[in-house]
Design a protein around this ligand. Structure first.
Ligand SMILES: Nc1ncnc2c1ncn2[C@@H]1O[C@H](COP(=O)(O)OP(=O)(O)OP(=O)(O)O)[C@@H](O)[C@H]1O
Length: 232
């Protein structure tokens, strides 16, 4: 098991009243090693909140997040930051590549502070392998402005994988892509899961993307219900 959410509740206090707005209600979820999971649900149902709870970027009112057997609520901020750096990769709706850097520089950005020469060389080797894996080898000296939206988003996936995370968390990764680029990105997430052995949790409005994952959960009224249409 990679992550287990146990009895998670999260609410916001409505301003000016005593009423609580419950977002996650005694929710449970298990992410097994090798899983690929889609979370779908209406807008505002709490999908991004749930993803942020998994990564401990957001706090909960009760319940626990267990990652590789460790309870994340026992960690302080610095330990949590280290934990995220070591274990998680993130992809968002926008690629967040820096426009003034070329593709390879963007991907290797996390390694700028690293002093160890060997570690830097290994990162560079891995970056080139991953860029080849996602079909971007030809573009390594291009800047984001010279690349398509789909290419930028695939580059963002490479950047998320550069430090070999166990779990990739993606929030609407195809939200700003056209149909063909979205299809390619979905297929890329599947091959990362199957060939690189990275577990994937993706939040999406797109059933086309969700159906590529092994399991699909619908988030509604604070709870998750597994749908039977996953690709398992
Ligand atoms: N800091 C906050 N204070 C109060 N309410 C909040 C806060 N952050 C989020 N919410 C509410 O929590 C609910 C869940 O938000 P969230 O972004 O997780 O939904 P979502 O399912 O990802 O939505 P979408 O599909 O539209 O992106 C929303 O109704 C939002 O207004």
């Amino acid at each position: 098991m990679i992550v287990e959410l146990k009895n998670i509740s999260k609410y916001y206090q409505n301003s000016g009243s005593d009423k609580k707005r419950i977002i996650l209600d005694d929710l449970g979820l298990a992410v097994e090693k090798g899983d690929s999971i889609a979370i779908v649900g209406p807008s505002g149902s709490g999908k991004s909140t749930l993803l942020n709870v998994i990564s401990s970027l957001d706090t909960v009112n009760s319940g626990s997040v267990i990652f590789d057997g460790e309870d994340l609520s026992k960690k302080n901020e610095k330990e949590l930051a280290n934990f995220r750096n070591q274990n998680l990769g993130f992809v968002f709706q926008s690629h967040h590549l820096l426009p003034q850097l070329n593709l390879i520089e963007n991907v290797l950005l996390p390694f700028i502070p690293v002093k160890d020469k060997k570690q830097k060389q290994e990162a560079e080797k891995r970056a080139l392998e991953l860029l080849d894996f996602v079909g971007l080898s030809e573009l390594i000296y291009q800047r984001p402005g010279q690349m398509s939206g789909g290419e930028c988003q695939r580059a963002a996936v490479v950047r998320a994988l550069i430090h070999e995370p166990n779990l990739l968390l993606a929030d609407e990764p195809t939200g700003s892509l056209d149909k063909i680029a979205a299809e390619q990105l979905g297929d890329l997430l599947v091959s990362i899961n199957q060939k690189q052995g990275v577990s994937v949790v993706v939040v999406t409005h797109s059933m086309d993307l969700a159906k590529k994952m092994k399991k699909i959960y619908q988030l509604e009224e604070g709870s998750l219900k597994q749908l039977t249409i996953g690709n398992e």
